[in-house]
Design a protein around this ligand. Structure first.
Ligand code: GA4
Length: 329
């Protein structure tokens, strides 16, 4: 793996001297500008002073640790992931693989309650902890989305957050568990290289993702204008925000969904990450907001429903650029 030195980073892209850190305790008007800047330059930033109680985070982390430490036969009872449930090595249905295992759940409380019975010996406790985490990170996602709308001078500040607050929102929660190198399966079909893939390169299809991981590294983002991978230091007490494809479309390309991946070659202990993917209801229309369109900036994408987009997402491979099929020019 080529790890860029600060000097080579600066020479390739002058702005790339560090991942933006946004302090949510700052004044809203300053914050909204910083958030917009970060979404334009990186499609990615870290939030601190986020207000999510650490107890809520560690409870979910403990549930994850407990589940992933179960014998394989036990874990399989919660799978296969089609797409929800327990998955191991297979990502999606089109042949993508990675050195990880995961739990992918819809955030609908009924769906969580049903899934919990195959995941935990105490399904009620598990559901309660997952729902508690979702409530907190969804609120964080909405706060960030409202700041984005404010920074973009959109009259209706809740134009983005409304989509993921909707009771029919298609938001998801995912726990990814990357075994440490010493625990790798020797019969694995994946070959070991310096850049071993944990989760392959992709952009997130949704509006935005709230990511939290333990203190094990491996997460990398790709800067927009070249194929340059930047390692993101893990920070268990904070969250990272990832701009998704739907937000790129809604902002008519002003915000860019950042490509990211996980390389899993540097860890001596397992990496565990938890992602909240904020998504609209399946029947919601996604199209560039009128405020983002002008004669100088004509609409880049044709309108589509989230349900239509998802069909395309699941028909393609992880690394494909899905938004391209909706481009007008
Ligand atoms: C990437 C982002 C989310 O993890 C995810 C993934 C989904 C899945 O694992 O079921 C996909 C992937 C993700 C994009 C392309 C398709 C669908 C696997 C895959 C190969 C849950 C999502 O929404 O899209």
């Amino acid at each position: 793996m080529v790890v860029p030195s600060p000097t080579s980073m600066r020479s390739r892209k002058t702005k790339a001297v560090g991942i933006p850190v946004i302090d949510l305790s700052l004044d809203r008007s300053i914050l909204s500008e910083l958030v917009v800047q970060a979404c334009e330059d990186y499609g990615f930033f870290k939030v601190v002073n986020h207000g999510v109680p650490m107890e809520v985070v560690s409870k979910l982390e403990n549930q994850g640790t407990e589940f992933f430490s179960k014998p394989a036969a036990e874990k399989k009872k919660a799978g296969p992931a089609t797409p929800f449930g327990y998955g191991c090595k297979n990502i999606g249905q089109n042949g993508d693989m990675g050195e990880l295992e995961y739990l992918l759940l819809h955030t609908n409380p009924l769906s969580i309650a049903e899934r919990s019975t195959t995941i935990s010996d105490d399904p009620q406790q598990f559901s309660g902890i997952v729902n508690g985490y979702i409530t907190e990170v969804r609120a964080l996602a909405c706060e960030v989305l409202d700041l984005m709308a404010q920074g973009l001078w959109i009259g209706d500040r809740t134009v983005f957050s409304r989509l993921i607050r909707d009771v029919d929102s298609d938001s998801l929660i995912r726990l990814n568990h990357y075994p440490s190198i010493k625990d790798w399966d020797p019969s694995s079909k994946l070959t070991r290289t310096d850049d071993q893939i944990g989760f392959g390169e992709h952009s997130d299809p949704q509006i935005l993702t709230i990511l939290r991981s333990n203190d094990v590294d491996g997460f990398q983002i790709c800067l927009h204008d070249d194929r340059f991978w930047v390692p993101v230091p893990p920070d268990p007490t904070q969250f990272y925000v990832i701009v998704g494809d739907a937000l790129q479309a809604l902002t008519n390309g002003r915000f860019v969904s950042v490509r990211h991946r996980v390389v899993a070659n540097s860890s001596v202990k397992p990496r565990m990450s938890m992602m909240f993917f904020g998504a609209p209801p399946l029947n919601a229309w996604i199209s560039p907001l009128p405020e983002m369109v002008s004669p100088q900036n004509p609409s880049l994408y044709r309108p589509f429903t989230w349900g239509e987009y998802k069909k395309v997402v699941y028909s393609l491979r992880l690394a494909n650029n899905r938004l391209d099929s909706f481009k007008l020019h």
